[in-house]
Ligand binder design. Structure first.
Ligand code: CDP
Length: 795
């Protein structure tokens, strides 16, 4: 079914979905953000930041700041050095300064922290701190990072003589080379997937509350992974007495995370250090520009993507080469074994057996990062590469891009399918998805219309993206972060009256776990969803888990919910058999009750059974009704999508209008259609963003050129078209309820569909590829450089 956006009716229950009436549980926790927290005696922190991208710090003079009434302290790297807290590990086992002791490495880097009685005084104090710098020429171009005359940016690393971080490769290099050498057709595109920013509504922040009296730290913070953060704090600060049982991380309501709230930022560590030293709660909340300029970036991959194929259009092999710009430290949040995340999914939705991919990461004088912005660790980059080069291939051999895809798709009966880079795709029906999208948008009609428009000199384009995703990190044999295996967890406790609380190791940032997890438990146990309270984000109460990012919650914690509920159902069966005085084999289950086979009137409801678990349980059985499950997925899940975009480009101004966008997603069984639709709408908007608007830009001196939201255009409803969504369903065979993740699919799949549509519109000019973001100016400039414009206007 295709659903136009801006109608909010449910689009029909599927599989395990349960219809629920709206009630106030859907907006539980309102107003409970970190910035709402006020504690007695709390002080505020602001951060002095570097105006230079690369400079020696000659001196820091805090005397004027300390004269301001209300300014309590100014903390520098030298202060932290005394406690060995001036450096911290990144999640990728690199190291990152908390505060510098001698050199700053990127513009907007933290230089000193001002502690004051309120936020405004802290800001005044920040302005009054005088820092003297000795600027150096920064290294901004990653292609020059390995030049012999490039400055070595990380001399703090013993023996480091260059700016290379790591090399990664996968696939069969020799076999791939042979196929390429012998291929009838080869195609190559070089592209840059630009550095972008995770513009969540709420910036990062924390309140660090250390109590000397019991040596206990409560850390309220905007984190997507509270348990992992607690472990990291214990690892970094254990030597000063902050061991893990003395730390409680609470992640209250979060206004969007999208991967940007996985890393540990220096601000958190400084707040902890200051609270630890003073015994006073310290609040730090970033402002919007700090968030944009200094927090972990996403993407920034330079990719060469190649296809080898027959002249009829059969793909035989792919080859990818990546240069990854990580800024001054690798602060990605990838699973340890995968420095390029899941980039190796870049072989796509196509049936061939040969591929080779390699990547090198380098340091530059840019902010650190490489976070998985609504993306399963670099899937967005991989999908963009394969989906745009497939279109270049179709252009080269003159075959319709939809037809080319149909001829190369992995077929429904080929699953589970082994990819040439080692993954086992669990299920999919790519043909059905593309057919549905084509019918919905009237692909054939559009192609006819395009022919007519081209005759009149009008620029209309149709772009396709048929992507395969990989989410649900991950099977613990391969997936860990800092050595912690990537399972996730659920704990369900049902109270005597049949009402439940369920707690999880994940942490929603607006994805609606309160609704969907309750639905899973309700479906499995027959307790109404409105009687199930869902809780996440408090390390003192929730079971250990790795958190929410990379669309892993449904594949991991969602599965854990079903498994924990099934443990309880097994127990319920035993109690029902005891109460009904029959053998367990004589019982049958229907959601909400066990009854005797053939005598449905003789039954015990789940509520009666739970009550008995506390009041009348069989002797020898453990009393109570609760279960925990740590779910270690046997495989990842492989959602997919078929997206088609139609654009019209003004031939005079090159203004681009997305006329229609149809997104058909397959995330297996859907728990809640309305939530999935909301996820897809949001994700598509975050997909149009890098395709047409967003890119962090720097000049040669390391100055950020669009460091405020006045200059960095985050699309809103104004820029977004009316999304049309629909779905196919191929359940995941290994997930307990057949679900796959969905949250990031649209962000991953949309950019190539839009870019392909724009390039298709520009086909009359012979354009095969343009780097995203594709703006009217970029089109103008490209055409002008090619001498295709009848103007010498210079912009
Ligand atoms: O990890 P994250 O919550 O960001 O991503 P997800 O697992 O893709 O789930 C996003 C939201 O969509 C959650 O509320 C899921 O439970 C819901 N969902 C669903 O209703 N059906 C699916 N098949 C997948 C996700």
């Amino acid at each position: 079914m295709i659903q136009k956006c801006k109608t909010s009716k449910e689009i029909g229950g599927m599989g395990h979905s349960i219809k629920r009436k709206e009630d106030d549980r859907f907006i539980q926790g309102k107003g409970n953000y970190v910035d709402d927290i006020k504690l007695d005696g709390m002080l505020h922190m602001d951060i002095v930041r570097s105006p230079y991208a690369y400079a020696k710090i000659k001196s820091i003079d805090a005397s004027k700041a300390l004269e301001i009434p209300g300014v309590v302290a100014v903390i520098t790297g030298k202060d932290l050095e005394q406690y060995n807290l001036h450096w911290m590990p990144t999640l990728m086992s690199d190291t990152q300064m908390v505060l510098p002791t001698d050199t700053v490495m990127y513009q907007s880097q933290e230089v000193a922290a001002v502690i004051a009685s309120d936020r405004y005084i802290a800001r005044d104090g920040k302005e009054a701190v005088k820092v003297e710098y000795e600027p150096m020429k920064p290294l901004m171009d990653p292609h020059k990072s390995m030049d012999a005359d490039a400055p070595v940016l990380r001399p703090d690393k013993e023996g480091k003589k260059d700016n290379h971080i790591w090399h990664w490769e996968v696939g069969d290099k020799d076999k791939t080379e042979k196929v390429f050498n012998e291929a009838e057709v080869t195609v190559e595109e070089s592209m840059h997937i630009p550095r972008i920013h995770v513009a969540s509504m709420e910036t990062c922040g924390c309140v660090a509350d250390y109590k000397k009296v019991n040596n206990f730290l409560t850390m309220y913070m905007t984190t997507q992974a509270p348990h992992a953060i607690r472990t990291v704090i214990a690892l970094v600060a254990g030597h000063v007495g902050l061991t893990e049982e003395k730390i409680r991380v609470i992640s209250p309501d979060i206004g969007g995370g999208f991967g940007g709230k996985v890393p540990v930022y220096p601000g958190y560590v400084i707040a902890i250090a200051v609270s630890f030293l003073t015994g006073v709660p310290i609040k730090w909340i970033e402002d919007r520009s700090e968030n944009l300029q200094a927090d972990s970036f996403a993407r920034d991959y330079h990719i060469k993507a190649e296809i080898a194929a027959t002249k009829e259009g059969k793909i035989q092999a792919t080859r990818f080469k990546v240069l990854a710009d990580h800024g001054y430290t690798d602060a990605s949040a990838n699973p340890s074994k995968f420095p390029t995340g899941m980039f190796s999914i870049g072989t796509g939705s196509y049936d061939y057996d040969t591929s080779y991919m390699e990547a090198d990461a380098v340091y530059t004088n840019k902010p650190p990062g490489g976070v998985a912005y609504r993306c399963s660790f670099r899937v967005t980059e991989a999908v963009h590469a394969i989906e745009t080069v497939v279109d270049s291939f179709s252009l080269k051999i003159g075959k319709d891009p939809a037809q080319l895809r149909f001829e190369n798709f992995i077929k429904k009966d080929q699953f589970p399918w082994k990819s040439p880079t080692g993954w086992e795709y669990d299920s999919g029906d790519y043909k059905a998805g593309l057919e549905m999208a084509m019918n919905a948008i009237d692909y054939d009609g559009l192609r006819k219309e395009q022919i007519e428009k081209r005759k009149k000199g009008e620029l209309m384009g149709i772009g396709i993206s048929t992507f395969t995703e990989i989410v649900g990190a991950g099977p613990s044999k391969d997936f860990d972060i800092l050595g912690i295996k990537m399972f996730d967890s659920a704990e369900i406790r049902v109270h005597p009256t049949g009402k439940a609380i369920a707690r999880f190791g994940t942490k929603s940032q607006g994805q609606g776990h309160e609704t969907t997890y309750a639905q899973i438990v309700a479906e499995e146990l027959g307790i109404p969803a409105e009687h199930i309270q869902i809780e996440e984000g408090d390390t003192d109460t929730a079971p250990y888990g790795l958190g929410t990012y990379a669309s892993r919650s449904t594949p991991t914690a969602g599965a854990a919910a079903a498994m924990a509920a099934r443990k309880l159902r097994d127990k319920a069966k035993k109690i029902a058999a005891y109460l009904l005085e029959v053998s367990e084999d004589d019982l049958e289950w229907e959601p909400g009750k066990f009854f005797i086979k053939g005598a449905p009137e003789k039954s015990k409801t789940i509520q009666e059974i739970v009550f008995a678990a506390y009041t009348n349980h069989p002797q020898g059985m453990e009393a109570g009704f609760e279960a925990t499950h740590y779910y270690d997925p046997p495989n990842l899940t492989f959602p997919s999508g078929a997206y088609i975009c139609v654009v019209d480009i003004d031939p005079d101004t090159f203004e681009i209008k997305v006329r229609r966008f149809v997104a058909i997603d397959d995330c297996g069984n859907i728990i809640n259609p309305m939530i999935v639709q909301g996820q897809v709408h949001g994700g598509l908007t975050q997909g149009i963003a890098p395709a047409m608007y967003e890119e962090l830009l720097y000049d040669d001196d390391g100055n950020i050129l669009n460091g405020t939201l006045m200059d960095y255009l985050v699309p809103t409803a104004v820029e977004s078209p009316s999304w049309e969504t629909g779905h196919t369903i191929t359940p995941s065979p290994h997930h307990p309820i057949g679900a796959k993740g969905v949250g990031e699919s649209p962000t991953v799949g949309a950019p190539p569909a839009i870019a392909n549509a724009i390039c298709d519109a520009l086909k009359p000019y012979g354009i095969t590829h343009l780097d995203i973001p594709i703006t009217p100016f970029k089109i103008f400039k490209t055409l002008q450089e090619k001498g295709l414009l009848d103007t010498d206007t210079k912009i």
